[in-house]
Design a protein around this ligand. Structure first.
Ligand code: SAM
Ligand code: SF4
Length: 323
């Protein structure tokens, strides 16, 4: 089991499989994907070595992310290899939903267990203005297809922003009244590229928490290793609400995840200064050496990020690492 110097245990790996994204979300890639790093993303055989070694070190859950992971044509193959790796119990994806209607069947067939879809507005015009794409109806159809295919865990991620979708807060709560979906409000995070945007648009997660508690939502007690999200249920709602509040006091103490970038760098924190290269080890067939390297590097994981001090580390935008 991977454990750091602060006693935090890591069974959860977020693996980015591409930096590329086709959306231009205003808080993430407002100018679109810039091809300023080599597009030499981890090959399928390297991903297999990585996942096998993490599983041997106690990882039970993999989330595939990006950029936009559905832009990788080998995605079903990657889902399948993760799912077939001994020790991996759950394979999840975070997607903008662009390819859901055409691909969800192949992801489910490959063994996908859970899916987070980013939907930053329930109004098609606002969705278009935030993401740059007129795809709201199609993404919603894709979610219905996933539920119809029997996918048990479907979550929707939404970033509320003062100048854009803040007025939709109540509409989102009402939306999960009769939908078996967990809606997760992710507090807008400051990154290297969105400093001004952040100042204009940040809404504190704590203020959202107060509002939902006032409306009778109750906090769910989660398992110790469940991660930093807070979850809430309501007797009148089938769906749940999740809050991801990176600026809240104890956020980092419940950190349960490690991240590997599409270029094979281990990131000990979403906001670390740089990633630690695993690529040489991924190209050799020496799982023991790779495992030792991961254990060794984990010794450098710090207690917390420095977002409170306004420091964003080397993270220019979250498409670099997948959130
Ligand atoms: N492209 C996929 C998507 O959008 O779902 C996966 C990658 S995206 C970086 C993962 C998540 O990070 C999305 O839910 C997105 O809303 C969130 N995200 C991106 N930039 C963010 C920021 N600055 N603050 C908060 N959340 C952010
Ligand atoms: Fe792309 Fe996801 Fe970033 Fe939007 S949030 S630009 S979909 S990587």
């Amino acid at each position: 089991m991977l454990q750091d110097n602060f006693g935090r245990r890591f069974r959860y790996l977020r693996l980015s499989i591409t930096d590329v994204c086709n959306f231009t979300c205003n808080y993430c890639l407002p100018d679109g994907y810039q091809c300023d790093t080599p597009r030499d993303f981890l090959r399928v055989d390297e991903i297999k070595r990585l996942v096998t070694t993490f599983a041997a070190l106690g990882t039970t859950k993999i989330r595939l992310t990006g950029g936009e992971p559905s832009l990788r044509k080998e995605l079903p193959e990657i889902i399948k290899l993760c799912k077939q790796t001994p020790g991996i119990e759950s394979v999840a994806i975070t997607t903008n939903g662009y390819k859901l209607t055409t691909q969800i069947q192949s992801w489910v067939d490959a063994g996908l267990d859970a899916m987070n879809v980013s939907i930053d507005s329930l109004d098609p015009r606002m969705f278009h203005s935030i993401t740059g794409h007129d795809k709201f109806d199609e993404v919603m159809t894709g979610i219905d297809m996933a539920l119809a295919l029997g996918m048990k865990t479907v979550k929707v991620n939404a970033v509320l922003m003062r100048q854009f979708n803040e007025p939709e807060f109540q509409g989102y709560l009402d939306w999960v009244k009769d939908k078996p979906i967990t809606l997760r409000f992710i507090e807008l995070m400051k990154t290297g590229d969105n400093v001004r945007f952040f100042e204009d648009n940040h809404i504190s997660g704590e203020s959202l928490k107060e509002k939902i508690i006032d409306q009778g939502w109750q906090r769910v007690i989660r398992e110790k290793d469940a991660g930093p999200a807070q979850e809430f249920t309501h007797p009148d709602h089938i769906g749940k609400i999740g809050l991801i509040m990176p600026y809240s006091k104890d956020f980092c103490s419940s950190c349960n995840r490690l991240r590997v970038s599409a270029l094979g760098k281990l990131h000990l924190c979403l906001f670390s200064e740089y990633g630690l290269d695993l690529r040489d080890h991924l190209q050799e067939d020496d799982p023991e050496a790779l495992a030792n390297q991961i254990r060794y590097l984990l010794g450098d994981k710090e207690a917390t990020h420095y977002l409170h001090e306004g420091l964003t580390g080397g993270t220019k935008h979250l498409a670099m690492l997948g959130g």
